[in-house]
Design a protein around this ligand. Structure first.
Ligand SMILES: C[S@@+](CC[C@H](N)C(=O)[O-])C[C@H]1O[C@@H](n2cnc3c(N)ncnc32)[C@H](O)[C@@H]1O
Length: 236
């Protein structure tokens, strides 16, 4: 049942990317299948229901496509026994720096989600019930990280959920390997050679606390050679 369900969700979430071109479709298939974060969010029930979810550094909008299709399958009664309900989210807003990614996201998602081009260091996040940042924070300076986290806190109500995935700088070889892969991919995607700003897990948890969150962590790298941790935070 679960294997069949997984294949169905993957097919449905990647299909819209056919409209965004060859690269977008292949990238969507590879990423949604190979990165444990997408099924992990659902299996662990990490995202609550909410009016507005903001996805900062959303790339080509894969998370939005994933959540929309997951909810549609759940509502149709096609959902694995024992999994928490798929989150019911009224609107999804993605913000992304790279115009090409924004164009791919818009081509795939149409009016099912809003995706804007912008920089998380300066954009106005508005108000939200849920905020998520997957694999982005290390691209901005330590000061900017804290500023973004404080502005996310201000955008959420008390009890609002913030989720982010980071690389644990205390993670040894797998951490260094993921950094190397990151540099190569970013170079190939036209960002040039950029500095990255990583922290060990304990420090991330301290920073989140300083910025007004209570957070816990769980590994989110199953089946990959990386050392990625999910930080699941509640606004206090
Ligand atoms: C590793 S990708 C992750 C994309 C997406 N979160 C996902 O999981 O599919 C990192 C993304 O963050 C974007 N990014 C980096 N710095 C950013 C910034 N300052 N503002 C907005 N987006 C940024 C990059 O362009 C890239 O699309």
């Amino acid at each position: 049942m679960t294997t069949h369900f997984r294949r169905t969700l993957l097919e449905r979430a990647t299909l819209p990317y056919r409209a965004a071109g060859h690269f977008a479709w292949h990238f969507a298939r590879g990423k949604l299948k190979g990165d444990p974060v997408f099924f992990g969010l659902l299996e662990h029930g990490l995202l609550p229901d909410g009016e507005r979810l903001i996805d900062l550094g959303c790339g080509q909008g894969l998370l939005a496509s994933w959540l929309l299709e997951a909810r549609a399958l759940h509502e149709a009664g096609n959902w694995p026994d024992g999994w928490p309900a798929a989150p019911k989210i009224e609107s999804i807003w993605g913000l992304e720096l790279m115009p090409n990614d924004v164009a791919r996201a818009r081509a795939a998602l149409g009016d099912r989600a809003q995706v804007d081009q912008g920089d998380i260091r300066t954009a106005d996040f508005g108000q939200a019930d849920v905020a998520i940042i997957l694999d982005v924070l290390h691209y901005i300076s330590y000061e900017a990280q804290e500023d973004v986290l404080r502005r996310i806190r201000a955008a959420l109500p008390a009890g609002g959920t913030f989720i982010t995935r980071i690389g644990d700088a205390a993670g040894g070889l797998p951490f260094h390997y993921s950094n190397w892969v990151d540099h190569v991919i970013f170079f190939l995607r036209g960002h040039g050679i950029i500095p990255i700003y990583c922290r060990p897990l304990n420090e991330w948890l301290e920073v989140l606390q300083r910025c007004g969150f209570e957070a816990r962590s769980l590994p989110m790298h199953k089946g990959t050679p990386f050392c990625s941790m999910m930080l699941v935070a509640k606004a206090v």
